[in-house]
Design a protein around this ligand. Sequence first.
Ligand SMILES: *[C@@H]1O[C@H](CO)[C@@H](O)[C@H](O)[C@H]1NC(C)=O
Ligand SMILES: *[C@@H]1O[C@H](CO)[C@@H](O)[C@H](O)[C@H]1NC(C)=O
Length: 359
Amino acid sequence: MRGQLLRSALSVMFTILCLLTLLSTLIWYIIDNSNVGPQRPPLEKKIVPQPSDTCKGCRETINKVIEQYSHTWKRQEDNYREFRSQLNSRCHGYDKAIITQANTPLGSRLLYDGDKRKSLQVSPEIFSTFAKEDPFSNKTLDTCAVIGNGGILTNSSCGNMIDSAQFVIRCNLPPLDNGYEKHVGIKTDLVTANPSILIEKYGALMARRRPFVESLRRYGNSLLLLPAFSYGHNTPVSLRAFYTIEDFKSPTRPVFFNPEYLQSLALFWRSQGLRAVRLSSGLIMASLALELCTDVHLYGFWPFSNHPHDLHVLTNHYYDDRKTKTKFHAMPAEFELLLRLHSQGVLRLHLGECHPGEK
Ligand SMILES: *[C@@H]1O[C@H](CO)[C@@H](O)[C@H](O)[C@H]1NC(C)=O
Ligand SMILES: *[C@@H]1O[C@H](CO)[C@@H](O)[C@H](O)[C@H]1NC(C)=O
């Protein structure tokens, strides 16, 4: 009885307190607004994004990069040989990067490099899709260009220089038409394809397959390199890509990444200080080029969203502005390593525009 009385007394008091607070706020509001004084600025000033806003302190970083980059580049044979022999001895890309019937016999077991719990025993059906011989063995390539697809290639006029390379490597089925030729070239000797693009753009090749085959036409008879044995779900779609190319008699030559090579390459870069869950296709192809070619040039490798010269905002790729969904790639860290190799005269990074006659 007494408790109930107390409780209702308390609730009345609480209500009064609330009303008082409300009333005083109202009074203060009226007094405040009746003040005749200078006009207060509107609270929400519209913020117009400036290049420096998206840059977020990138100027300093970019300046550092440019300082390191712009020393006159000079090829340093000793550094190149040293780095190449390390790669050769630890990764054997020249005869291991691609699965062949020679390096992966029937009945052997493939260990997936992206999913350590998964492996696959090579059946006769799978074996028949393997390259009969290594496309690189006993071949020395001189100048190779690896194209990283960065927005920095937009309006770069690098097309002719890229096409002048003996061997041109591209990543993830990039578009080359629509006026891009002038800036990225057209020549392609090897192109990679992530299964995600086959799934998104070509319905995982479960329905009509002709659009996929037609999209390959621009790459002519180049090698199409698929990471078929990196993750379990990569295998069926990669095999469908292989069969589609075969069934449509496309001149493109599909081949598969050797997961053993990818694994040893990841360990190699880790030993060089790279902390990344997965290597980007760009770094993988640059590494392979360093084993196969005497002269490696990289284009479209630039991890910042602003152009090095005037800091204008760049799109993510030269052909679109889609951000990569996965957080797998540690781009700036990879770039730092490539920049180091550039400074050491091991390979040559091309940033900014190309000029006719430049080599
Ligand atoms: C590559 O060269 C080695 C030794 O020079 C030779 O035994 C091998 O058959 C050659 N491979 C190809 C595919 O020509
Ligand atoms: C590239 O050049 C074209 C033609 O000169 C121009 O319209 C376009 O705005 C340029 N794009 C960029 C990102 O600078």
